[in-house]
Ligand binder design. Structure first.
Ligand SMILES: [Zn+2]
Ligand SMILES: [Zn+2]
Length: 198
């Protein structure tokens, strides 16, 4: 009887320890503006903090990314940049790098962003999110909405969410900017539920 209750107390202590450790290990989001001033991205840091309920730090980081440049394509190889960032920032935090260069991966003409969920790191580029890129006049609000959607989408991948068939859901795959404009910056109820489980 005595041994049994000691066992229960030990069990409860282990559970408390696990809960405390889990809280200590709760990661933050590190938003890195790569070769870009961080100030314009303060609203994004706030919105990401609200969306994922995680402390979001905003930092500027200068990185020579010429190693990832493909002269034939005139674009930067996104996966190489992710690998380099992963080596530089050995952290438990979730990292989202923001760049202003044209990104690609093999098999696609261009990408808005890429995530490596296992390494808990992602990048997005704002290059193709500006109206000016398409010869249209500047629209700051639309530009920001697009950045927010792409950022939430890539961090969603880090939380192990895959692409969602719902075109209004932020996890819907953007083949073109039109897809980005159609979707919301929020998760659909199904993705939201999956996100909360993790
Ligand atoms: Zn995606
Ligand atoms: Zn969804």
């Amino acid at each position: 009887m005595f041994l049994e209750s000691r066992g229960i107390i030990l069990y409860i202590l282990i559970i408390i320890l696990l809960l405390v450790a889990g809280d200590l290990m709760a990661e933050d989001i590190l938003l890195l503006t790569i070769n870009l001033e961080k100030e314009p991205f303060s609203p994004l840091a706030k919105d990401l903090e609200k969306t994922f309920e995680k402390k979001t730090k905003l930092e500027e980081y200068n990185l020579d990314i010429s190693f990832s440049y493909n002269y034939k394509r005139g674009q930067f190889h996104s996966s190489s940049i992710l690998n380099r960032l992963k080596d530089i920032f050995a952290t438990e935090d979730i990292i989202l790098g923001i760049l202003d260069v044209d990104l690609y991966v093999e098999g696609l003409n261009f990408i808005f962003g890429e995530a490596q969920p296992l390494n808990r790191i992602a990048v997005i580029s704002v290059k193709r999110l500006r109206q000016e890129f398409y010869g249209l006049s500047e629209d700051k609000d639309l530009f920001y909405q697009r950045i927010l959607k792409e950022a939430v989408h890539e961090i969603g991948h880090i939380f192990k969410l895959s692409h969602c068939p719902n075109p209004k859901c932020v996890m819907h795959f953007s083949n073109s900017l039109r897809d980005t404009d159609i979707k919301d910056f929020r998760f659909c109820p199904i993705c939201e539920r999956r996100l909360n489980i993790k």
